[in-house]
Design a protein around this ligand. Structure first.
Ligand SMILES: NC(=O)c1ccc[n+]([C@@H]2O[C@H](COP(=O)([O-])OP(=O)(O)OC[C@H]3O[C@@H](n4cnc5c(N)ncnc54)[C@H](O)[C@@H]3O)[C@@H](O)[C@H]2O)c1
Length: 247
């Protein structure tokens, strides 16, 4: 329930796990969640130093930081055991290789995408959901993409396949978790200025707003989805795509 005195975005006293915290959107999400009062568990395969570099030393020092591959069930389970129950889980970890699916060695790329973009969200939610259900409250935010709706602006088939899967997984999970007051939603960003898109030939003159999104403009929705103001949202995919796609 939303208290009339608190901001609908307030996260004071909430502990939130953010995966992909060294990334463009993940690090912006970490900073915004911290601004709203959350305490954070930050994880990324890129390592602790990289997370620290991206979120800043001050926030890193008061967060619990882990170098971790979310594609490893064993490592994610160990993290959840160590961390205990958390209020929120935001997964911004993913990869988007730009390669040729007809190439002989493409299977390796497909496996890497499945590991990060499919097994990662499954491992994280499988590890952290039981604690939330037991506590009788919780928030999960997964990251889809405009590619999950329309195949993508410039991304490959493995990425589009995985992101479309996230959209349906959000609904599956929302249905399972709602009776325990755990709300599950997804965000489907359009093109965002991060390492994932840098130098990949995105042409902003083609987009209605003539620019890509800033990472903070995606992060703000993740914060909203963990706050009291979104207390009746579950099973939704929030399109933050600057009018690049309607469905
Ligand atoms: N940038 C865009 O245009 C765009 C558009 C739509 C959706 N998205 C989605 O937004 C989310 C954030 O992407 P971003 O743009 O910030 O990209 P990014 O490359 O800046 O960040 C992704 C982060 O995920 C981490 N990561 C990758 N695999 C991992 C693993 N197995 N375990 C732990 N960490 C791992 C990377 O090290 C990196 O720090 C992703 O889900 C991405 O698919 C991005």
């Amino acid at each position: 329930m939303m208290s009339s005195e608190k901001s609908p975005f307030d996260l004071t006293g909430r502990r939130i796990v953010i995966a992909g915290a060294a990334g463009g959107i993940g690090s912006a999400t970490a900073k915004l969640c911290a601004q709203q009062g959350a305490t954070l568990v930050l994880v990324d395969i890129a390592g602790k130093d990289r997370i620290r570099e991206r979120v800043g030393a001050e926030l890193a020092d008061r967060s619990d930081i882990h170098s971790l591959d979310t594609g490893s069930r064993a490592d994610v389970t160990a993290l959840a055991k160590q961390t205990g129950c958390v209020y929120g889980l935001i997964d911004m970890a993913a990869i988007a290789p730009h390669d040729d699916w007809m190439a002989e060695d493409w299977e390796e790329s497909l496996d890497r995408v499945i590991r990060a973009n499919v097994k990662g969200p499954i491992n994280l939610t499988r590890a952290f959901l039981p604690g939330m259900m037991e506590a009788g409250e919780g928030r999960i935010v997964l990251c889809g993409s405009v590619a999950g709706w329309m195949g993508g602006l410039r991304t490959g088939p493995h990425y589009a396949f995985a992101k479309g899967g996230i959209h349906s997984f959000v609904r599956w999970l929302a249905n399972k978790a709602a009776p325990c007051n755990v709300l599950v939603n997804g965000i489907a960003p359009g093109p965002v200025e991060t390492a994932m898109t840098e130098g990949k030939g995105y042409d902003t003159s083609l987009y209605p707003l003539k620019r890509m999104a800033k990472p903070e403009e995606i992060a703000a929705t993740a914060v909203f989805l963990c706050g009291a103001g979104s207390g009746y949202a579950s099973g939704a995919i929030f399109d933050i795509n600057g009018a690049t796609h309607f469905h």
